[in-house]
Write a protein that binds this ligand. Structure first.
Ligand code: FE2
Length: 331
């Protein structure tokens, strides 16, 4: 394993991760979970699609939920700085001999759909339809009081090559990483916007989406969401936490939506904008890596993920194992 240098010389400028597009089996059930329980804003609902955003967001969507036969992920969305960056990215992916096609997406001006070498469907846009921020509309705050879409985390069967692609070819910068006892890259956290991550990758059967992260202002918002979920019949959707990650310092919670797509409401990570930022390395066997307070993640956290439509999934190239919690059923 080798850490690679950040690539400052790419001609385009990816600003941040922006959204995810998934299929769900029942739009009404999804709306109840995302809007009534989580507290997201419904921007628009068409015959088969729900467009949602978080409270401070001024763009049309950060969650696009489409009616489908089974639960899948259709695309991971990223925002670029200017329209010309889309053309530069089209050339870049074409030169790399990777798929790059112009597609039409509701609520976006121009959209470029590409595939990473592993087949992950990524879409770039520069402008979404502008909508009002609800940040100062405090009477609308409920559930998690979700403020903004923060990050994407994917399972990858080869973390080293996925990390190298995002850093070398797309200009992402490494903030934290985990190595196995043999020195293999187990997980990597990379960013564009200046906090811990926009795109994280973790070893496992993949490629699959592990979770999307949603930022909220404080720990109490996460505790309140748990109370709301418990009182509204969503206890089974609580998977892990709340807790404090060693990695990223985030106060986290992992929950599953009605279709099994994992979400991470979180708060309290930190600033990483300095060009001379030095990545922080962790040992896979360090329990504080997962949870600073010591409680390991459950087995499901390492196994369950959302598949990308039409993308072949394969087993990990690495045979190391993380610490897994042995939780008894006390029912
Ligand atoms: Fe996360």
């Amino acid at each position: 394993m080798a850490l690679i240098k950040h690539n400052w010389n790419l001609p385009f400028n990816i600003i941040r991760c922006s959204h995810v597009e998934c299929t769900v089996k029942d739009l009404d059930e999804s709306r109840r979970f995302y809007v009534d329980i989580m507290g997201m804003i419904e921007t628009e609902r068409t015959k088969d699609t729900l467009y949602l955003r978080c409270l401070e967001e001024k763009n049309h969507h950060s969650y696009v939920l489409k009616q489908g036969e089974k639960s899948e992920v259709l695309a991971l969305g990223f925002k670029v700085a200017f329209d010309k960056d889309l053309d530069l990215l089209h050339k870049h992916f074409t030169d790399l001999k990777l798929p790059a096609d112009w597609v039409t997406k509701h609520g976006e001006e121009r959209t470029l759909a590409v595939r990473t070498p592993m087949g992950i469907p990524v879409e770039f846009h520069a402008r979404q339809t502008r909508v009002p921020t609800m940040m100062r509309e405090f009477s609308k705050y409920k559930g998690l009081s979700p403020l903004r879409f923060d990050h994407i985390n994917c399972f990858t069967p080869n973390c080293q090559s996925t990390y190298e692609f995002f850093v070398q070819e797309l200009g992402f910068r490494l903030t934290e990483y985990t190595l196995t006892e043999k020195g293999d890259m187990w997980a990597a956290w990379t960013h564009r916007k200046g906090n811990v991550h926009d795109m994280a990758m973790t070893n496992g059967k993949g490629p699959r989406l592990h979770h999307t992260g949603i930022w909220t202002a404080g720990v109490n918002n996460i505790i309140h969401l748990l109370d709301v979920m418990a009182s509204e019949g969503y206890v089974e959707n609580i998977e892990r936490g709340p807790g404090r990650h060693g990695i990223s310092n985030a106060f986290f919670l992992y929950i599953l939506d009605p279709d099994g797509h994992r979400l991470e409401p979180f708060t309290c990570d930190y600033l990483t904008v300095d060009p001379d930022w030095e990545p922080l390395g962790w040992d896979l066997r360090d329990p504080k890596r997962q949870t600073l307070w010591g409680a390991p993640a459950p087995q499901s956290w390492f196994e369950h993920g959302s598949t990308f439509r039409g993308v072949e999934v394969r087993e990990s190239d690495i045979d190391s194992n993380p610490i897994i919690g042995q939780y008894e059923d006390h029912a």
